[in-house]
Design a protein around this ligand. Structure first.
Ligand code: SF4
Length: 365
């Protein structure tokens, strides 16, 4: 059995190790490229959202690389994610009729632990639980690394890129809990040059649809591009938090839903409530602006967009909404980011000037 699954940003490493702990031979497709996207787009319904197209492209390239068993997360049917796996399986069976395709329902953890995984991999539920425990620890390590590398990029982008490669090797080599503890210390030491950030730094909170927030190919490497501009990006979405949510142990979600409530009372599906709750939290914690990123035609995030516009008016915090599809050009995206950051800098300078007491502005030097 040669197993594959779609890329999920840095967390791909944790998912790969998780499947290997269950005894799978994992065949990762090549890193996503324009070819991945054009293959996915060619076989997809035209108006389906971007994550479907990229993940389908990943699957096709995984089949080319020799995979015969594919895993895809399956969601609730409030938005298209609930239907992804039906359509992808139909398309992939037309390409290779022998492929085994397993949708993994996100909202039935007990079935996952006690039935699905033990049956597919011929392992005990205890081994599945042990692997999930490791997945949690590994994805937490990755969450921590992502936070450190975002800070480091602001201080020294080149050095951060060099250390990023090294840190990713350390993360991939950590295959038990003791090694994870050791890896955490090593990674912290690698990025300790970025412990203290200048006070006047521009900070933006990134919110939106989870796949676009976590997969650099899908978001045109937005975090790195902002880091190059000297902007600190805050991004609270991660596989770690998502798994905790699915296991019903993410208590921060309750706070986020509470924060979102003034602007969005019910979940319209996807991550919309999270988007609104996180944006409000970022604003309350003093970010200079919010960047909202989501796939073109994403229904839940278009609803969140309305709520964010109202929030932007209430708090006078600029919000940039970026809707992304296969036609989005990186150059166009960068131009919009640069213009937005210029606005944030101007607003920050104006605020700083208005805070200076009038008397000191009038004092001759
Ligand atoms: S959340 Fe949006 S992008 Fe994701 S599957 Fe649903 S509609 Fe598509």
């Amino acid at each position: 059995m040669k197993v594959a699954f779609p890329y999920f940003g840095y967390d791909t490493i944790a998912l790969k190790n998780f499947l290997e702990m269950l005894g799978a031979e994992v065949v990762l497709p090549p890193l996503p490229t324009e070819r991945t996207l054009s293959l996915g787009t060619k076989y997809s319904p035209e108006l389906i959202c971007l994550p479907f197209k990229i993940t389908l492209g990943n699957f096709i390239e995984a089949l080319e690389a020799g995979a015969d068993t594919l895993f895809m997360a399956a969601g609730a049917r409030k938005c298209r994610f609930g239907y992804y796996h039906f359509i992808q399986e139909t398309i992939l069976k037309q390409i290779d009729n022998n492929v085994d395709f397993y949708p993994i329902s996100q909202y039935t953890p007990f079935e996952f632990i006690f039935q699905k995984m033990p049956k597919i991999f011929s392992v005990s539920p205890a081994r599945v639980m042990k692997s999930i425990n490791f997945l949690l620890a590994h994805s937490r390590l990755i969450e921590n690394f992502r936070k450190l590398v975002r800070q480091a990029r602001v201080i020294d982008f080149t050095l951060a890129s060099i250390h990023e490669k090294h840190a990713l090797e350390i993360i991939a080599d950590a295959i038990n809990l003791m090694q994870i503890r050791k890896a955490r210390k090593e990674i912290k030491a690698l990025f300790n040059f970025a412990d203290d950030l200048p006070e006047n730094i521009i900070k933006v909170g990134l919110v939106g649809e989870i796949y676009l927030m976590l997969e650099p190919f899908a978001n045109h490497d937005i975090e790195k591009e902002l880091g190059k501009m000297g902007v600190l990006v805050l991004n609270n979405r991660s596989l770690y938090r998502h798994i905790k949510h699915l296991l019903h142990i993410d208590f921060d979600r309750i706070k986020l839903n509470h924060r979102a409530y003034k602007y969005l009372k019910e979940s319209p599906g996807g991550e919309a409530l999270n988007t609104v709750g996180e944006a409000r939290t970022f604003i309350k914690n003093g970010v200079d602006g919010i960047i909202h990123i989501f796939p073109f035609t994403c229904m839940p995030e278009n609803i969140a967009l309305e709520a964010l516009q109202k929030m932007s008016d209430d708090y006078s915090v600029p919000i940039l909404s970026l809707s992304i599809d296969e036609h989005t050009s990186k150059i166009g995206l960068l131009t919009r980011l640069e213009a937005f950051i210029d606005i944030l800098k101007r607003v920050k300078n104006q605020k700083a000037v208005s805070r200076v007491p009038r008397s000191s502005l009038l004092t001759p030097h």
